[in-house]
Design a protein around this ligand. Structure first.
Ligand code: SF4
Length: 346
């Protein structure tokens, strides 16, 4: 039996079949632990807590360092999830995430198969109502269609993530399990207590997922980001890096330096096309320097072409690709343009 106990202002003691767990685990566990469920124990590879012993265990898998470390730790603890779900922000060539995200998927899928874990179930956003302006398949398409930027740029509760990831994962769980309460495992590490708190309160009180119990195993295990990286290395896996959209406001400037030209053009077009509606912020990073200005300052794209593209996409009137084609899908127009521009840059 493996037991997690939270004891206020006391270290956590962990035992597996009567013996202390491995040294790295104990070292991580001695750190200050926050936001724990009152008591959770795991017996014969199952989570035991407030739900029935056979409650489905659902992993939200973002394919970043935290999610992968969580899967590795679950395997070490002999906890086999019932489902592992990844939300794609755009699909089939119109994805918004860093290229490393897509190249890591086959690596992770192979590891999951070898571990005896279920394969990843993929979900994605699909419009449920007719669009106000143009149809879209991804967050980037959403922003282009509405001439706006992701909510994180406005510091508005990351509703972009909830819409394109959280809500779709919830929808999948409900389709699969109805209103049956599930354990929902999310890979927030020790440094992300605030995210766990925000995530939990976003569940609708009277919705079909209102009786799910959110579990943050990395926090229970006392793992921070460095610890997660160590767990991944020890499992013989490469680090997946952070998983995020290529235009996310949370991105550090130096991360733009290594983007593919297509991804930089995506940034330029999104910022330019949203300008007409931006009253309180300047661009994807909010109030400060625009990502486009950073790209120009670092000479990552040809300045003349950036000026031309900026003029085209920031004009009050939509470019002809959209203006003359009300049935256009925003993603098709956007990605055709970024690929054309990237090809021009050689
Ligand atoms: S990665 Fe950033 S931009 Fe993309 S959905 Fe999440 S918060 Fe929004």
């Amino acid at each position: 039996m493996f037991v997690f106990e939270w004891l206020a202002e006391r270290p956590v003691f962990c035992f597996r079949q009567g013996t202390a767990v491995s040294l790295p685990f104990c070292v991580y566990s001695m750190r200050q632990l926050t936001l724990f469920p009152p008591a959770i124990s795991v017996e014969n590879g199952r989570i035991c807590g407030p739900l029935a012993g056979d409650a489905p265990i659902i992993v939200s898998n973002g394919v970043g360092v935290d999610s992968v470390a969580m899967l590795v730790e679950l395997r070490r603890l002999n906890i086999v999830p019932d489902a592992i779900i990844t939300a794609l922000v755009g699909r089939a060539g119109y994805g918004n995430e860093h290229r490393r995200f897509y190249s890591y998927l086959p690596v992770l899928e192979a590891w999951l198969a070898a571990a005896g874990f279920p394969p990843i179930s993929y979900v994605w956003y699909e419009m449920q109502r007719p669009p106000r302006y143009f149809s879209y398949w991804s967050l980037a398409g959403n922003c282009l269609a509405n001439r706006t930027l992701p909510s994180i740029s406005f510091r508005r509760n990351h509703s972009c993530s909830l819409k394109f990831k959280g809500a779709e994962i919830d929808r999948w769980v409900t389709a699969q399990y109805g209103q049956r309460p599930c354990y929902r495992l999310v890979g927030y590490d020790l440094s992300e207590g605030y995210r766990a708190a925000r995530f939990s309160i976003k569940t609708k009180r009277d919705g079909p997922r209102s009786h799910d119990v959110y579990v943050y195993p990395l926090q229970l295990l006392g793992l921070d980001r460095v610890g997660c990286e160590a767990v991944i290395v020890a499992a013989g896996l490469p680090s997946p890096g952070l998983s995020a959209c290529v235009f996310c406001a949370a991105m550090h400037p130096e991360e733009i330096d290594v983007l593919h030209p297509e991804e930089m053009w995506l940034i330029v077009i999104l910022e330019a096309h949203a300008q007409i509606n931006l009253k309180k912020i300047r661009g994807l990073w909010g109030h400060g320097e625009r990502m486009t200005e950073y790209i120009l300052r670092r000479r990552l794209l040809p300045p003349d072409l950036v000026a031309e593209v900026w003029a085209k996409w920031s004009a009050p009137e939509r470019p002809s690709e959209l203006r003359d084609n009300p049935e256009a899908v925003a993603d098709l127009v956007l990605f055709a343009e970024v690929r054309r521009l990237a090809a021009l840059c050689g």
